[in-house]
Ligand binder design. Sequence first.
Ligand code: FAD
Ligand code: UQ1
Length: 414
Amino acid sequence: IPSYKLVVIGGGTGGLAVSSTLSKVLGKNEVAVIEPSDFHYYQPLWTFVGAGIKPFSDSAKPTEQVMPSDAVWIKNKVTAIEPNGNLITLKDGQQVKYDYLVVATGIQCNWDKIKGLPESLGKNGVSSNYSESTVEKTWEFIRAFRGGNAIFTMPSTPIKCPGAAIKIAYMAEDHFNKNHIRGKCNVIYNTAMGKIFSIEKYAKSLTRIAKDRGIEVNFLTELSEIRGDKKEAVFKKPDGSGEEKIYNYEFIHVVPPMGPPPFIAQSGIGNAAGWVDVDQYTLQHVKYPNIFSLGDSSSAPTSKTAAAIASQSGILKKNLLDYISGKFNSSNAAKYDGYASCPLLVGRDKLILAEFSGYTGTPMETFPVDQGEERTSMYWLTKEVLPEIYWNRLLKGTWVGPKRFRNLFSYLPQ
Ligand code: FAD
Ligand code: UQ1
């Protein structure tokens, strides 16, 4: 059985952010990254792709191009972990051993939990920015839209980038308006949640903009079925009361229910909800000290975003290296503060850069301006600068979030 000092499961945002640095520190071929996909995606760009602002090709790179050169890429899928034996089983039955393990397998889209969705997706006005195979359909359908109901959904499960469900509604509305068909369109945001955004400051801005632009927002309204042949969408109250409402649509953008990959719970490393059960501050597993986790598959109770992963990656790397060298203890551990960010695209040149701690629910803004306002500067930053930071810094292990800039700007007079 091949054995590695460190195995990282997942070559997505979190897996590469940590394996890049750790493979350099621990030495060539000491770190293995298990990743089945031929392509790595910069998923935050998909909101821009769905809105027709960026080409899909900008969001993808071959995995072999982004894999750290000192790491071993195992092109395979994990089906089970035996945490007591430090043993991983792969899809084809092969096994791999580790001394230390990082789990970064992301969140899974459960398309089949919506009746009729898998067979309708990508056809007849049904699209989603949440898949590499349908994100371009969003723009195709928005561009072809001539009037009627344009519906945007948000499920009751945790999702990655919780703002993405409504961003695309604002972008579609903006497009209809600029094309002088707004009067013939109903733009409807049906969310299973009870709020438009979890952080009050940004919720206020989003509510104001929705009102100003006539976007209908319905709370506690959860998609349960798509009837593609009739262009009907069935919504229910998430409380299980069974109360139904049927909408006709010309276009519907679906954010599917999501959840942790099931092998996590099956391997005995999950919490009650199935996320990798780590200490929310140190990111070390609560039961198996040689296991760490970051990103969308971890239990850290914050918004599942790449921005959060940037901060988590710095914390995880320090704590894991200290643990390996026997220096880790609860008093010197680095602690993750829950930082997350969501660039809320609300128009073709307008963006609210929400930055906050998911742990305290309070804003943690980087720039010395009110980021609750929609701004052209933040639009430009997100569209042009963040992709560069992602590819050239975060994936290379040298971007651990904007804290340094936040601290620097905090010295400016208010
Ligand atoms: P991922 O990057 O999803 O990677 C997980 C990897 O694990 C994948 O490569 C997968 O193939 C692999 N994997 C899965 N199962 C297994 C297995 N069993 N064995 C081996 N490998 C496995 N974040 C922001 O910060 N800002 C934004 O503006 C933003 N916008 C977004 C918009 C959209 C439409 C989407 C979809 C996401 C957005 N995000 C945004 C969220 C961000 O992309 C994710 O939070 C981030 O990519 C998660 O990183 P991760 O490493 O946890 O998972
Ligand atoms: C960020 O660091 C990050 O990771 C690279 C993102 O993912 C794309 C983000 O969306 C944001 C907003 C940040 C935070 C960075 C700055 C400069 C505020």
